[in-house]
Design a protein around this ligand. Sequence first.
Ligand code: G3P
Length: 219
Amino acid sequence: MKFFIDTANLSEIQEAYDLGVLDGVTTNPSLMAKEGISGDEAVKAHYKAICNIVDDKVSAEVIATDFNGMIREGKELAKIDDKIVVKIPMIKEGVKAIKYFHSEGIRTNCTLVFSAGQALLAAKAGASYLSPFIGRLDDISFDGLELIQQIVHIYRTYDFQTEVLAASIRHTMHLIKCAEIGADVVTCPLKVITGLLNHPLTDKGLAQFLADHAKAAGK
Ligand code: G3P
């Protein structure tokens, strides 16, 4: 199972990378805007800075929504670094663009996925990654994890090579449940990754060990 961090914040990416468990990064236009990054050259420079931190798999999203625009932008993004995965929205033109990039050997991440039907289309077109948004489904009273389970079942049944990248993860239980049901990748904020560290019995046990050690040493 791969861990991606869902942010464009360089220090958070560095912190997750330094922990030694990071396999990639996902960004989107909202996350880039949150960091105050705008303008073609600034955006490209920021993606390059992200690529310089991690080993591989940096999702960079196109803004265009027409086929030619997505191809033009996607090629520009892919030129930034071999680590770039071109992120394409799940729309009709996007499916065509995914097919095109697949034939060109450029990896894609199909985003804004909310149904099994969309997942089938993306896999048929040859998406490298599929991003169903769990949290946003939960927000409107649909079970996001159930969708992940359904897509994992379909992909395994037909041996699709597209990896299920569970996105819009809000808390550690989302992540753990994704692991149980076989998502290939999770992308989540830093606090969800570091949240996995927490257990009060670990803290209590460590405090006791250190106190006992100090006592034995006569401190
Ligand atoms: O990668 C997609 C993800 O960033 C969406 O997360 O929390 O905005 O629903 P969220």
